[in-house]
Design a protein around this ligand. Sequence first.
Ligand SMILES: C[S@@+](CC[C@H](N)C(=O)[O-])C[C@H]1O[C@@H](n2cnc3c(N)ncnc32)[C@H](O)[C@@H]1O
Length: 286
Amino acid sequence: MLSWMFLFGKGFSMYVRSFLKWAGSKYNCLDDIFKRVPREGDLLVEPFVGSATVALNTNYKHYVLCDLNPDVINLYKFVVADVEAVIIALRDYFTPENNVKSRYYELKEQYNNSTDDWERAILFVYLNRHCYNGLVRYSGKGFNTSFGSYAKPKLPEDEMRFFAKKFKRADFRCHSFEDLKVRFRKDTTVLSDPPYIPASPTASFSSYTPVGFGQVHHRKLNSMSRKWSKRKARVFVCNHDVELVDKLYSGFVHKDAFEVSRTISCKIDEREKADEVLLSYQEIDV
Ligand SMILES: C[S@@+](CC[C@H](N)C(=O)[O-])C[C@H]1O[C@@H](n2cnc3c(N)ncnc32)[C@H](O)[C@@H]1O
């Protein structure tokens, strides 16, 4: 049976956590997001689903959840198909012997050299929970985050079971947002949470995938968001509250700004409050 204690994490929270740690997770902004983004409806589309933290805390009839990172989508498909098999396989990796630096680097190399979807899915969870800050970061040689040195990384069994149950019928897709083709339903929300525009030239973290995400992508997302809103979907885009947002996302109609704890920096002393925005592409009641 599911233990509901995991819902509360450290301290009280109304929200469910994903089983993946994720740089840029929206967990700390859910209150602000749900002031605008409906938590219910016919269809929720997330072109940049990441850890699925937003979708996990909604109650839509249908979900289309996409990400360009094939390991994330591959893993989600295995979890939904047979979560107990995934958990059993993971138990062999969440051991004290595997929680040492040398073993972490061996398994990271095994992951980077593997072409087997199942092996990559299992190792992805191991790396996500044992690497520094849960940063899923790639370089030319593959996954390149350093060892996290945590006392006892937790195998997030309950979170995985919740995820599997919640998204049993979700449509998981691995492609870039530019290739999104979906038949909207009557009551559709599209929420895009792309890699951030860097808050400053030195604070950049946008290497979730080897391809990267630049201004050309942000402009393209702006034009696609306008098109989606013309098709009567409610369309929202998240990003940093930087001047460039107004330039790159010229099509939005309303902007909400809010402050949030940011933990995406590699350096622990660089964790800080950052301003975020939620752009709406349709008229809203203020
Ligand atoms: C800010 S994160 C999303 C975080 C998510 N909202 C959460 O709460 O966990 C951005 C995501 O976009 C994905 N991504 C990067 N480039 C992409 C692209 N061109 N198309 C679709 N997804 C992309 C990354 O793999 C990453 O998971």
